[in-house]
Write a protein that binds this ligand. Structure first.
Ligand SMILES: Cc1cc2nc3c(=O)[nH]c(=O)nc-3n(C[C@H](O)[C@H](O)[C@H](O)COP(=O)(O)O)c2cc1C
Length: 110
């Protein structure tokens, strides 16, 4: 039972969609009184899928309204066809999304 009024669900986009384990998790959740529900999807590229609209459907199915959805672009180190960044680049690539992620969490926590 989720008793919190502000709820955040954060997960990586997998195969252009919401990972099955996340779908199952949402289907099993019971929300008591959700006032503000947000989702943060991480992934290689927001154009590589529609996880946000899919998770909204999962939540709707659980009778929960999605109030806000964000996409945070990650390096997606697993993609073999993407160029591996040069030695210094990963630091910058990681710093930006982490900063944004922390900013978002601060907003929701306040
Ligand atoms: C099996 C698998 C499928 C993925 N599919 C997508 C995808 O369709 N679109 C996308 O943007 N990212 C995809 N990703 C990238 C993940 O979302 C990304 O790995 C995750 O957000 C964490 O970033 P990191 O790999 O830099 O740790 C996939 C990752 C894995 C492991």
């Amino acid at each position: 039972m989720v008793t919190a009024q502000r709820v955040g669900i954060i997960f990586p986009m997998h195969i252009m969609n919401v990972p099955r384990i996340v779908r199952q998790f949402i289907a099993e959740l019971r929300f008591l009184n959700p006032e503000y529900v947000f989702v943060i999807v991480t992934g290689a590229n927001p154009k590589f899928g529609n996880a946000l609209s899919e998770v909204e459907k999962c939540l709707r199915h659980a009778k929960v309204k999605l109030n806000a959805g964000y996409f945070i672009q990650m390096m997606a180190s697993h993609f073999p066809y993407l160029k591996t960044p040069k030695a210094k680049q990963p630091t910058n690539n990681i710093k930006k999304p982490v900063k944004r992620y922390c900013r978002l969490l601060k907003t929701f926590a306040s």
